[in-house]
Ligand binder design. Sequence first.
Ligand SMILES: [Mg+2]
Length: 387
Amino acid sequence: MKITGIKTLVCDAYRTNFIFVRIDTDEGIHGVGEATMSFGENAAVGCIKDLEPAFLGQDPTAIDRLWHDNYRDSYWRGGPVLMSALAGLEMACWDIKGKALNQPLWQLLGGKFRDRVPCYANAWFVPAKTPAEFAAKAKEAAQAGWKALKWDPFGTAYRDVSNLEYRTAIECVAAVREAVGPSIDLMIEGHGRFDLQSAMRIGQALAEYKVLWFEEPLFPENFEALAELRRRIPVPIAAGERIYTRYDARRFLELGCAHFMQPDISRVGIREMTYMSAWAETHSVAFCPHNPAGPITNAATLQVAAAVPNFFLMETMATDVPWRKDITTEELRMQDGAMLVPDKPGLGIDICEDAIAAHPQKYYHLRHYRGDLTSIRPANAAAWFKS
Ligand SMILES: [Mg+2]
């Protein structure tokens, strides 16, 4: 089998743009991948274009060699742009291989550990602003069946935290805990914003509310400080969505940065995700994939989550833009806060090019540090899965 064509399609997704990749072959089988970034869409699409000549004419089932050779031959290795481009292409090759063998990806990865993948919700809070509004939305989310809820209560706080920002954030956590009771897990997202002393102050306060984890409390580059924070606060740490290579993952784990590791499949690819999961296991670290992007990323993450032993929880966006149901053939089901693992060949999903074309790329400024993070969904956002 040989690769005969590569196409990228960018689709407005309100918070960001989804970047889809389609690879065609001379045997009529095609595969799809996703390389969505929250910034740098043009760079990722350009990088896929740069990689195209090296993929054309190659056997798409020689996945590891294709990935390795193109990682090597980029010379300036690593970083989010190259690694997202490679991840999208690699994902499409796995999809082709699964379709050629008429097997789902989890079967190619060694078989299933589970039929249902436990998930936690993100984006359940839209458009809450005050602690009382978060509490009301949290109650709704728990009633809808979610067992675990994540959110960022820190507004515009950056680097350090004022007394007002600190009080508002902790009041929000207290209000949500009070609203949902003790049996729902809560995760607090920092989006990599604090310095060590601020993160320590917040981490100490979060213990009272029995949070499952404090995510990306520090700037993501500083693994050593994260390891120090882990030793100094009484709540577990989750991090790793901005890890791009196996080498970053090795340092992250060897330094003891976190209790939960969160690589993103659109940043590292399917094979690296399975390696990272195995290395996390050797450090007694739970595997919790970062998964806030689009339908192909979700499909690939779900397959890996089904096929690795130390998977713990998968991030899931509670709602999405109403056109999500039009842009792919996605058909997934949630049951008691867990996503059912599909049996279709490959990733079990395809893109719908005409529908994608109806939502062309738009520019979005990153909302994380501007205080409008809870506006990540339009008013008509809806659940994109069946329950
Ligand atoms: Mg995060």
